[in-house]
Design a protein around this ligand. Structure first.
Ligand SMILES: [Zn+2]
Length: 335
């Protein structure tokens, strides 16, 4: 597809956020190429714009297989995060929320605080990063259970995120731990309404008490759930290209983010797992402009939404939002 140069320029200059990013799923391919230049000489097939993953399990297996080759130590997390955050700065991203997967703690035998510190110490000047620990719906078993209980006390952890797979039931430990996390000032999130039904979004809001839904796209199937999300001031951290490539949504023009936005639900956009989708944050903005009719002003509002929920002080938030307005003004953008 032809890219409107003015549009690309506008998107590049827009100060942006990325608030739904799995650090293992953001593994820079060049790091695998360093490990084995021959094996990883070719770009991945899954990066083709029209590629679709056959199943979530295929996607997950491919990601785990590759991530495990790189993420073997805190130093490796640091090195990957350094490159990932550099790419954020190149795209004029100012604020990032990323999660690392709790299962890696047991798998690698590395204490969680060391992974956390490795990521945080890679944050460059000009970028604010908040790190979450993600955990699966069935991860509460020893030896991980005591780690999950303890993580709310780790210095520097911004919050917890319930990762996929959504067909597993929500277990009793989760609302209890989420409550405990909020009690000490952490932010709680949950993946819901991606492969699971709209009812999972309701469950995450009402039962888990989250105000940050990761994906949430299938809330479109139940107007009452959508209204609940709006009424409770919930934000959906949406990843449109991920949704299309995982076939949650047939094609970009059918993505419900258009309806969410028009109804006044606060949405942000992110890349989710760029290793497996070959997407950049700028491409997410381009897709919304070119295939869902988002105007410059609407793209700027998506960026502002990210700053509105960012875990920063009021002055920093106001400064970033003013910068977005300035770019919008200088672009003379009214459409
Ligand atoms: Zn995700």
């Amino acid at each position: 597809m032809m890219t409107d140069l003015n549009l690309s320029d506008f998107i590049r200059r827009l100060p942006k956020t990325e608030t739904h990013l799995h650090i293992e799923g953001a593994l820079p391919y060049e790091l695998l190429q360093q490990l084995d230049p021959k094996k990883f000489a070719q770009p991945q097939a899954c990066w083709a714009p029209d590629f679709k993953w056959a199943t979530f399990e295929d996607f997950e297996a491919h990601l785990i297989e590759h991530a495990m080759q790189w993420f073997t130590s805190p130093e490796r997390y640091h090195e990957a995060a350094t490159l990932i955050f550099r790419q954020h700065l190149e795209q004029n991203v100012r604020y990032v929320e990323t999660s690392f997967h709790a299962g890696m703690i047991v798998f690698l035998g590395i204490p969680g605080p060391e992974i956390l510190a490795a990521i945080l110490s890679a944050v460059p000047t000009g970028l604010e990063v908040r790190v979450f620990m993600g955990m699966s719906r069935n991860s509460y078993a020893e030896p991980l259970a005591s780690v999950l209980e303890d993580c709310v006390n780790w210095e520097g952890l911004a919050g917890v995120d319930l990762h996929g797979v959504e067909y597993l039931p929500l277990e009793d430990w989760t609302p209890r731990l989420w409550e405990k996390a909020r009690a000490v000032g952490l932010v709680t999130k949950a993946h819901a309404g991606e492969f699971g039904p709209a009812g999972h979004v309701r469950e995450a809001i009402e039962h888990l008490g989250v105000r940050r839904i990761q994906h949430g796209v299938r809330a479109v199937e139940d107007p009452k759930v959508l209204q609940l999300a709006i009424d409770t001031d919930v934000t959906f951290d949406v990843c449109p290209i991920s949704n299309v490539k995982l076939d949650v949504i047939d094609s970009m023009p059918l993505h419900p983010i258009r309806e969410f936005f028009d109804r006044g639900l606060r949405c942000t956009i992110s890349t989710d797992d760029p290793f497996s989708f070959g997407n950049t944050l700028e491409q997410e903005y381009q897709a919304l402009a070119q295939q869902l009719g988002f105007s410059r002003q609407e793209l700027a509002q998506l960026a502002k939404n990210g700053f509105e929920v960012a875990l920063v002080d009021a002055a920093t938030r106001a400064r970033w939002i003013a910068e977005v307005d300035k770019v919008l003004q200088s672009a003379g953008a009214t459409n």
